[in-house]
Design a protein around this ligand. Structure first.
Ligand SMILES: CCc1ccc([C@H](C)CC(=O)N[C@@H]2O[C@H](CO)[C@@H](O)[C@H](O)[C@H]2O)cc1
Length: 818
């Protein structure tokens, strides 16, 4: 019996009830009658786990047996969202669970609300990682996602007097029913100390003599494929002190000292860094990066691989995908293990390492590219710095080989930068070591090659490629928009959930007035649902008959939330000045969602401005309720799942050349919203696929931006030349939204007039003109709905399943196995 494969409980209502009550009574230790909602939620989660367990264990057994090449996805962030519904969908148990619980007098929806979403990421990069591991499991590709189990995720955002206030995100207060801790499989991770060379039987070798170490405890999470019997693993590491308690010191009465090691160690996985563009260069951040990378490499080499595995075959067994530069310390770590511990020759180790890594870059902002000072690196990871120096020396020798003694080029390509302080340029290390380097949208990958890393593109022909981002249709269409899903399935059958290009077949239905009417009803129903959510969550009222104009993403100047708020102020000013009659306005509600990095003052001021404009506009009866601004706090995955299906207009208005890709843009189009956007990131590919007539394009293209910059950009000239713009900025400067206090938003106005790095003023008139077209288009609801349906039909390309297939074809060569 012991060796028999684990069998899942019976997928029947009775079977589910039995399993649920079993978990409630014996796992939570309560009776149904005395149970709390939390008890019932945990018991439900345990029950769903039980149904997926057999698949998970069988998958692990098969992977051990087949030893197929797999993907180790290294990411410092995973923005997972709530797990319950996704796991119910993946196991095909949603209806059975709902019926089983109802038979116990429990409403499944009540339990859904109990779940706290794990906010282990900042934004795009973290959510993309979550979509990718979902797709790898659904495609049946062996994959382990590796990351950090932060005790505190992205902060909770509240507003006090319209200003962002950060609250700690204690998502583990009640524990998480979806994690499987394995303290017995903890890895020891070292830091500090020094290096030394020693004679190893006549061979001079180097070794690291660490100063201190911590324990990395793995927590496993299920990553179920969509109804394919597959379950991959997400392994997140948590830091613990090696010797958590020093009894000797304790008995000496110095209680604090006795536990200092514990707190010190735990700090490593305590909290997620809330920056999503400007690295702070903090030592703890580097500790976090090395901590999870070293634990993951040890875990794979010592646990997953068979004991006698021939490491020269490592590239046939695994590819480590670097999710931006955050895990790139993995390169010198693998070299250290192969050379220092496995005693491999440097050249052999390097040949293996170069085939085992690939690097995805997610940004174009120079300030977002991580650099670590050699002082800090040498202090924390002295052996790794030595290895990086050796990698760089060999690399620059090859550069000299190819280009001769071109010192400029040598200095420009060196992994070691000299200014402002001697530092390691992590993007350069990732590019030199990676087998492949990819951007996340066509335009981004092109700019990466031409502008950010041109020397490397020339030196490494064929290394640079592109894989346009994608989103999982399971969470962002099937789960977030059940009514649209039913409409699509009704028309096309259910195959689209795992074959999203099938949506193309909706094109013919777009010409069917009856189908358009049903689509309109779906959108209206999603708006009603959003309205109920925002009323209950934030006390907001969503006005009927309003176009929902939505901008949800991190607050960053390059994303230009300022352009959106200037549009609102322009409309407001036009009415209160009497130039426009309120009744002529197309009723519109601008919905914002955005967190700002706590240290990003300008971003926080812009949040304050949006809330300030909102409270004045919403209260001004002269607008007759035809223009509203809503800014629900704490935008996260769960709120995205409610807002996106209800949206009419998707705001993707970054300055061309700044947004690497965007993924919200894809989610909106797939849920039948029309996009107003610049030719930036993946907007370009969305517009190409949906057709110019189904996309509201405005603003400068990337080359036009470059040209204006080169000519010398004087934002004040645009202020002078455009009456609407001047009136809008003057109204803000006047204190109209800050109780007459002109100083409150002065920093924003003067920045726009005298700096405006992201050319808000230059693109203003084109944006406003395009918004007028949006209003006109929205007046013809039937034509709008036809265009919206064509957006759904033509954006199947943006499935993360397709992204994964591209990574497999162009980078990983890890076909789905067994
Ligand atoms: C070290 C500070 C830091 C932290 C996170 C990041 C991320 C790379 C920022 C990020 O999330 N980038 C977004 O990645 C998405 C997924 O590829 C893209 O769609 C977005 O365009 C890009 O801004 C940069 C710098």
């Amino acid at each position: 019996l012991a060796l028999a494969p684990v069998t899942a409980p019976a997928s029947t209502v009775d079977g589910f009830v039995r399993e649920f009550l079993q978990n409630l009574n014996f796992n939570r230790g309560v009776a149904l009658s005395t149970s709390s909602a939390t008890d019932r939620y945990f018991a439900l989660a345990y029950t769903v786990r039980d149904y997926l367990m057999a698949r998970w264990l069988e998958d692990l057994r098969r992977q051990r047996e087949v030893q197929a090449k797999g993907v180790a996805y290294l990411s410092a962030e995973y923005l997972l969202g709530r797990q319950l519904d996704n796991n119910l969908l993946a196991s095909g148990l949603t209806d059975i669970a709902s019926e089983a619980l109802a038979s116990c007098g429990i409403d499944l929806d009540d339990l859904r609300q109990q779940e706290v979403e794990p906010g282990l990421g900042n934004g795009g990069l973290g959510r993309l990682a979550a979509c990718f591991i979902d797709s790898l499991a659904t495609l049946g590709v062996p994959n382990t996602g590796y990351g950090i189990r932060y005790e505190y995720g992205i902060f909770r955002q509240t507003f006090e007097d319209g200003q962002q206030v950060e609250q700690p995100d204690s998502w583990l207060a009640y524990g998480s029913p979806w994690e499987f801790p394995h303290p017995e499989a903890a890895q020891t991770i070292s830091f500090g100390g020094h290096t030394e060379t020693y004679d190893d039987g006549g061979v001079q070798r180097s070794r690291w003599v660490p100063g201190w170490n911590v324990q990395a405890v793995p927590y496993n999470y299920m990553v179920p494929g969509y109804q394919n019997g597959r379950v991959n693993t997400l392994r997140l590491w948590s830091a613990k002190a090696t010797n958590s308690f020093d009894l000797r010191v304790f008995n000496s009465g110095d209680y604090e000292e006795a536990v200092r090691a514990q707190t010190f160690a735990e700090n490593i996985s305590k909290v997620l860094y809330p920056e999503d563009s400007t690295p702070q260069g903090k030592e703890l951040r580097l500790q976090q990066q090395y901590f999870f990378v070293a634990a993951s490499i040890k875990d794979f080499l010592d646990v997953t691989l068979p004991k006698d595995f021939d490491l020269t075959k490592l590239p046939d067994r695994i590819i480590f995908q670097l999710n931006d530069t955050h895990p790139v310390i993995a390169v010198p770590e693998l070299m250290r293990v192969l050379v220092d511990e496995k005693k491999m020759e440097w050249e052999d180790a390097w040949a293996i390492t170069q085939k085992c890594f690939a690097y995805t870059c997610h940004t174009l902002l120079p300030e977002a590219l991580e650099v670590w000072s050699v002082d800090l690196l040498g202090h924390l990871l002295p052996r790794h710095l030595e290895i990086i120096y050796r990698i760089n020396d060999d690399f620059l020798d090859a550069v000299r080989e190819r280009f001769g003694d071109d010192e400029m080029r040598i200095r420009d390509m060196s992994i070691i930068g000299e200014h402002p302080v001697r530092s390691v340029r992590m993007a350069y290390l990732a590019t030199v070591a990676g087998a492949k380097v990819n951007g996340v949208a066509e335009l981004h990958s092109q700019l990466l090659r031409e502008k950010v890393l041109p020397d490397f593109d020339e030196f490494f022909p064929g290394k640079f490629t592109n894989v346009t981002n994608g989103v999982t249709p399971r969470r962002f269409v099937r789960l977030a928009n059940p009514e649209l899903s039913a409409l699509i399935t009704d028309a096309l059958g259910s195959g689209w959930v795992t074959d999203l290009e099938r949506l193309r077949e909706l094109e013919t239905h777009a010409e069917d007035p009856e189908f358009r009417a049903r689509f309109a009803e779906v959108k209206a129903a999603n708006k009603r649902r959003l309205s109920a959510v925002l009323r209950e969550r934030d006390g907001f009222e969503v006005s009927d008959g309003h176009m929902l104009d939505v901008m949800v993403k991190r607050l960053h100047e390059y994303k230009r939330q300022m352009l959106k708020i200037l549009h609102v102020v322009t409309q407001y000013e036009s009415v209160i000045s009497g130039r426009v009659v309120a009744a002529d306005l197309q009723p519109r509600t601008a919905i914002f969602g955005a967190k700002a990095a706590p240290g990003y003052a300008m971003a926080k001021n812009i949040i304050h401005l949006i809330n300030a404009v909102g409270s004045v506009v919403n209260a001004d009866t002269r607008l007759e309720g035809r223009l509203k601004v809503l800014f629900p706090p704490n935008y996260n995955v769960t709120l995205a799942e409610r807002v996106i299906p209800a949206a009419d207009l998707s705001e993707q208005i970054s300055l061309a050349g700044k947004e690497a890709s965007g993924t919200g843009n894809m989610k909106f189009a797939l849920n039948g919203a029309l996009t107003i956007g610049t030719d930036d990131g993946a907007n370009v590919e969305i517009r190409e696929l949906v057709g110019d007539e189904n996309f509201f394009l405005f603003g400068m293209s990337e080359p036009e931006v470059e040209a204006l910059w080169a000519r010398g950009y004087k934002p004040a000239e645009f202020y002078q030349a455009d009456d609407n713009l001047r009136r809008a900025l003057d109204l803000i400067a006047s204190g109209a939204f800050s109780r007459g206090d002109r100083s409150t938003f002065e920093p924003i106005v003067s920045n726009l007039l005298y700096d405006d790095r992201f050319m808000v003023l230059a693109d203003y008139s084109s944006y406003i003109a395009e918004q007028v077209k949006v209003d006109a288009a929205y007046a013809d609801q039937d034509a709008w709905n036809r265009s919206a349906i064509l957006n759904v039909a033509r954006t199947g390309f943006f499935s993360s399943d397709r992204s994964m297939r591209d990574y497999i074809d162009r980078i990983w060569h890890t076909p789905p196995s067994f």
